[in-house]
Ligand binder design. Structure first.
Ligand code: FES
Length: 211
């Protein structure tokens, strides 16, 4: 099986084993719920290096950098895979990174104020603009989470959607996104970029990578 066959296989499993896949995906979401998005995505870089999945590497290199990881942190994650993956897979993973032609400075990210976000109530969603990006910010489990405000399906504004139980639902066609990592709730559906948020002394900030 080539790596590119994976989405088709996953879609088929969702169709013929819907309960098993629902539980499996819920397990993955819950098992990392205390980790920041950047950490979760870097761990996925480690596992995609061990399994050597170029498609998965491209996905999680991009997502970890969008969440604020530096190029060096991505390389560190690949090196951490060495005891299980061996040198050949680590070098192949680094080759995937190089072939993505990411600029050296892609890791640069800055904190931007989210004026008024600290007052958001549980499950309340609001739109912000920070670092030239439109952001949907939602509070869940007492913390703030930030996703790209543009739905990857057809561009709906996620900040105009509804949030419940850590899931943000697009108002246009109902796609669901995990607020913690932007992953699409449906198998085979693309996720939304997400960003690191911090709150200090009643002020909220979001970390946006440089373009
Ligand atoms: S635009 Fe968001 S679900 Fe279609």
């Amino acid at each position: 099986m080539s790596p590119s066959d994976e989405p088709r296989g996953r879609q088929y499993l969702e169709k013929v084993r819907p309960e098993a896949m629902t539980h499996l995906l819920a397990f993955f979401r819950e098992s990392a719920k205390h980790l920041e998005p950047k950490t979760r995505f870097l761990i996925s870089v480690v596992t995609k290096t061990i399994n050597y999945s170029p498609r998965g590497l491209r996905q999680y290199i991009k997502r970890s950098m969008e969440a604020g990881a530096s190029r060096d942190e991505v390389i560190d994650a690949m090196l951490c895979a060495y005891p299980c993956a061996g040198l050949t897979k680590v070098c192949d993973a680094v080759t995937v990174l190089l072939e993505m032609n990411l600029p050296e400075g892609a890791a640069a990210a800055e904190w931007h104020a989210l004026e008024g976000a600290a007052s958001l109530a549980e499950s309340q969603v609001r739109a912000f603009t920070a670092g030239g990006r439109k952001i949907a910010v939602v509070r869940h489990e007492g913390r703030l989470w930030a996703l790209e405000d543009t739905c990857p399906h057809r561009g709906g504004s996620l900040s105009e959607g509804s949030a419940a139980g850590g899931v943000l639902t697009c108002p246009l066609h109902g796609w669901n996104f995990n607020v913690k990592d932007g992953s699409g709730a449906g198998v085979g559906r693309g996720g939304a970029a997400c960003f690191e948020v911090r709150e200090r002394e009643g002020r909220a900030e979001v970390r946006i990578p440089a373009k």
